[in-house]
Design a protein around this ligand. Structure first.
Ligand SMILES: Nc1nc2c(c(=O)[nH]1)N[C@H]1C(S)=C(S)[C@@H](COP(=O)(O)OP(=O)(O)OC[C@H]3O[C@@H](n4cnc5c(=O)[nH]c(N)nc54)[C@H](O)[C@@H]3O)O[C@H]1N2
Ligand SMILES: Nc1nc2c(c(=O)[nH]1)N[C@H]1C(S)=C(S)[C@@H](COP(=O)(O)OP(=O)(O)OC[C@H]3O[C@@H](n4cnc5c(=O)[nH]c(N)nc54)[C@H](O)[C@@H]3O)O[C@H]1N2
Ligand code: SF4
Ligand SMILES: [Mo]
Length: 845
């Protein structure tokens, strides 16, 4: 929490001197500066004109005509929430400036190239303009236009039919992240008005980590806070070594006030103390592009083996912090094992030294062939970690988005734990860099406490499980399939679901196919179900691949076309809020989702409840702003009139050290684990492994953070599929969002990364079209032959738009990675591990 007195020490002032130096240093931001956005002395940049004619008609910067300025933010799920300053004339946006508020250009939430292409999205000829209902097969893309009245009648009838036939447990609100706004998605409130729905557990971002970390760091754990992780600003202030596992802020945290900027300052500061950055990745990512000495290449999906070997060296060198391990941890060695598990050689120490789990000593020589990292290099990294006063060990979410991700994310945390470098200045817990602790305003509530709208159903399914629940939900339950039932709604049925999913509510998401996994399987499963037994509603702005599987498509007005409000994102380290009026009218028959849902609620006699007695969308914005949380944080915020005028309010946040309170007083601040300590060995996980009915016999839930190759992981390649195949988040899109914008695609094309050795062996040259074949499907894509990726592994940037003739050869010419990923949930989280764990072969097209 930010307290008043803390606010007086402004982070901006602290930062200014060092950052000026950082931008002066050639290449400090690597390749990112080309695509991201650099702070400029002059203030905002305008959106580039689309043609020479347009350039000629654009006003010269020093002779701007009178126009209307409105504020908005980028609403997609990149975490940035960067600020847009729209200039409109005659009710139409003409160009965009980004954030240029305040007197410190280092503290401006400046949009990246994607955000700056938002005008092309708003005005795209690909916008959905009217409601449509499906007339062809699912996935065929055949639809016909209907009226809003027909659409809402159909929606009402199908929802009512679903509830009457199977109950509200048959309605699922699918994971969907296309719209970040305080009022942008009132679907939950509407669905609660009609009795509720099954909702999402975890997310596609941190599926494995979010599920498993609470067993190690306690039930309060969140991947999205500054309690369990330290901020990059803390590393900047106090660290002398940064070791990153699968984390590339220059690609995933790109905005102007975003973690990529914080990281540039970290690099400057750490290097100025004589320290260094180590960037562990299977590819030389953008964050270390221009700094190749930072790259430590590793085979995809093998981080836990590297961590085990590092810890082996800490032990061999006598550098483990035994006081810390015995005071703060459970399961490090025999002495610290929980009572019930003693005497069985189950500790992590036994695992490392070859006296436990698999009786193999985890030496650097053991790890070398697995990780592709020479033993000497592992020893040198171990020495660097041992010698650092304040090592900052940090993981992105790439390593956990693997079939062995449940172990990998914990194994990375073992590195600072073994050294006792947690909760101290300049250190980190092994988690991703911290996110800001406060949000200044709330959102339209999904339910009202004691009010007319109450939560009707509390059953949750792991997000990646939805296809299984559509297919055979009644064979799934609490101990089989990871269903969570907090209110005991399934007690009368032995914890098993009463019904499959029969209705999917998809607002602002592309997780039916494109972003989910195994798109060919989705096609087969959904087309095997009769139309009476499944209804899918998609509400979007463009015709996505997921939309093609829907029975009804609704067109949405975008945020820049409505009054809007949103806080800072979750990626950059500050607090803020932006409020804006519409910049232009929505095209065609696009309507605000709030207004549409009010009309739909009316068909259920619930308009009054949904609108809380007649509140309009804009009433909610004002209400939420005026009922902000400033008092709780001891700060003052602008009045409603002031914020409408100024658009943006921002607040610096002080650095934080993850698990500091626990380190300072482990008894007063015990963790939410059974022992109150860090549980390296989890008896709870061991018990779940016995109690649950697991899908795959050879894939148990692991109580220890061991190296486990995982499904389609290390050692699983075959003659037919001799390459490991994986993915990463790409700078030309946010998932599939912005994926149809031609200019962005041209700047950073969709390409298969392949090492020259693997390419040569297959006669593939840079720029060739190739076919990638996995056990799940085939894509066609351009090859990028580069030594920036390790040999033996290929990589497909995720989020590209699928383009496949599903009744023909099914080859996806869009190059979507989820055409290749096999549907295979992980043991405990039931998560999307295969998103980054695949095997494949490549051939010239
Ligand atoms: N293989 C593989 N798969 C992955 C990942 C991976 O790394 N590898 N990453 C996963 C992760 S981390 C995530 S978060 C998910 C993301 O998956 P999704 O949540 O599906 O994200 P997007 O693809 O961005 O889809 C957002 C949709 O919202 C729409 N949209 C944007 N603005 C508006 C609006 O104003 N109104 C409405 N109604 N719609 C709007 C966009 O057009 C787009 O279709 O993907 C996951 N899938
Ligand atoms: N430009 C852009 N930015 C985004 C998004 C986007 O789609 N585009 N999506 C946003 C969202 S919702 C999320 S959840 C985050 C995602 O953030 P992350 O999950 O952290 O992103 P990824 O690119 O999947 O992985 C990060 C890095 O890990 C590497 N990696 C993958 N597997 C391994 C491995 O086994 N070991 C090691 N050491 N490295 C590995 C990848 O090459 C990549 O450089 O990004 C957010 N920001
Ligand atoms: S895509 Fe992300 S970094 Fe780019 S403008 Fe949008 S929120 Fe900012
Ligand atoms: Mo995500």
């Amino acid at each position: 929490m930010v307290k008043n007195d803390e606010l007086t020490v402004s982070r901006r002032k602290f930062v200014k001197g060092s950052f000026a130096g950082a931008v002066a240093t050639a290449g400090v931001l690597g390749g990112a500066s080309m695509f991201g956005c650099s702070p400029s002395e002059e203030g905002g940049e305008t959106t580039a004109p689309e043609s020479a004619e347009e350039a000629a008609s654009m006003p010269a910067p020093n002779a701007l005509p009178e126009d209307t300025i409105t504020w908005c933010q980028c609403n997609v799920n990149c975490g940035g929430n960067c600020v847009f300053q729209w200039h409109s004339q005659d009710g139409k946006v003409t160009y965009m400036e980004t954030d240029n508020t305040g007197d410190d250009e280092n503290f401006q939430a400046r949009a990246c190239l994607r955000g700056r292409s938002m005008r092309r999205w708003l005005n795209s000829s690909e916008r959905l303009l009217y409601p449509m209902k499906r007339v062809g097969k699912r996935g065929s893309g055949e639809f016909e236009q209907i009226t809003w009245d027909e659409a809402l009648d159909l929606l009402h009838d199908k929802l009512q039919y679903t509830i009457d036939t199977w109950g509200n447990e048959a309605i699922y609100r699918i994971y969907a992240t296309g719209m970040y706004s305080t009022t942008g998605n009132p679907s939950k409130r509407f669905l609660n008005c009609i009795g509720g729905c099954v909702d999402q557990l975890y997310d596609y971002s941190t599926h494995m980590l979010q599920a498993i970390m609470p067993f190690m760091y306690g039930t309060q754990f969140s991947p999205y806070d500054n309690v369990h992780a330290s901020s990059f600003s803390e590393a900047e202030a106090n660290s002398d070594l940064v070791v990153m596992f699968g984390n590339s802020p220059a690609e995933t945290r790109m905005g102007g006030i975003n973690a990529v900027w914080d990281f540039a300052k970290v690099r400057e500061a750490v290097q100025s103390r004589g320290g260094k950055i180590v960037n562990i990745d299977y590819r030389l990512n953008e964050t270390s592009s221009g700094h190749p000495e930072e790259w430590l290449p590793i085979r995809t999906g093998t981080d836990a083996a590297l961590c085990a070997a590092l810890i082996h060296e800490f032990i061999a060198d006598g550098k483990t912090d035994e006081d810390f391990l015995s005071t703060y941890c459970v399961g490090w060695n025999e002495d610290t094992m929980p009572e019930g598990s003693k005497g069985k050689n189950l500790s992590y120490y036994d695992y490392i030294m070859g006296t436990g789990y698999d009786k193999v000593e985890k030496t650097p020589e053991w790890a070398a062939p697995i990780t592709q990292i020479p033993a000497d290099t592992i020893r040198a990294l171990a020495a660097d970690l041992e010698n650092a006063e304040a090592p900052f060990v940090v993981q992105g979410w790439g390593p956990q988005r693997h079939t062995n991700g449940e172990e990998a994310c914990r194994a990375i945390c073992m590195v600072p734990i073994a050294l006792g470098k947690i909760g101290l200045p300049g250190t980190n817990t092994g988690q991703r860099e911290a996110e800001p602790p406060i949000y200044l305003v709330g959102s339209i509530p999904g339910a009202d406490e004691n009010g007319p709208v109450t939560q009707g159903c509390s059953i949750l399914i792991p997000v990646y499980q939805w296809l299984n629940v559509v297919d055979h939900g009644t064979e799934m339950g609490v101990k089989k399939g990871g269903i969570v039932d907090p209110a005991g709604e399934l007690d009368d049925n032995d914890g098993m679901l009463h019904t499959n999913i029969h209705f999917i509510w998809n607002y602002a998401g592309n997780c039916i196919t494109n972003q989910h996994g195994d798109a060919n399987k989705v096609y087969d499963v959904l087309n095997s179900i009769s139309d009476d037994d499944l209804f899918i509603m998609t509400w979007d702005t463009v015709m996505t691949d997921s939309a093609k599987y829907s029975d009804l498509i609704l067109p949405d007005a975008m945020r820049s076309e409505q009054m809007n409000m949103q806080t800072q994102g979750y990626a950059e380290y500050y607090a803020g809020v932006t409020v804006g009026n519409p910049a232009q009218e929505a095209p065609g028959e696009c309507r605000s989702s709030y207004d549409v849902l009010a009309d739909l609620a009316e068909r259920f006699d619930m308009r009054d409840a949904f609108t809380n007695g007649g509140m309009t969308h804009d009433d909610w914005v004002k209400y939420l702003y005026e009922n902000n949380f400033s008092e709780a944080y001891g700060i003052e915020m602008p009045t409603w009139d002031e914020i409408l005028e100024q658009g943006v309010f921002k607040l610096p946040v002080d650095p934080s050290v993850g698990l500091k309170a626990f380190r300072d007083d482990p008894e007063a601040n015990a963790l939410g684990t059974p022992s109150g300590k860090i549980e390296i060995y989890s008896e709870q996980l061991a018990a779940l492994n016995d109690e649950w009915e697991l899908e795959y016999e050879d894939e148990p839930i692991q109580p220890l953070p061991i190296f486990n190759p995982g499904f389609h992981g290390y050692g699983s390649v075959t003659d037919e599929y001799p390459l490991y195949c994986t993915g990463f988040h790409h700078k030309s899109r946010t998932h599939s969002s912005y994926g149809f914008i031609r200019e962005l695609e041209q700047v950073a094309r969709q390409q298969l990364w392949i090492n020259p050795m693997d390419a040569e062996a297959r006669g593939i040259a840079n720029g060739d079209q190739v076919i990638v074949t996995s056990p799940a499907g085939q894509i066609k894509i351009e090859a990028k032959v580069t030594s920036r990726i390790v040999p033996g592994t290929i990589a497909v940037p995720q989020g590209s738009w699928r383009k496949a003739d599903m009744e023909g050869d099914r080859i996806d010419e869009g190059g979507c990675v989820n055409t290749l990923s096999v549907y295979h949930p992980t043991p405990y989280a039931k998560g999307n591990g295969p998103a980054h764990s695949m095997i494949a072969e490549v051939a010239k097209a």
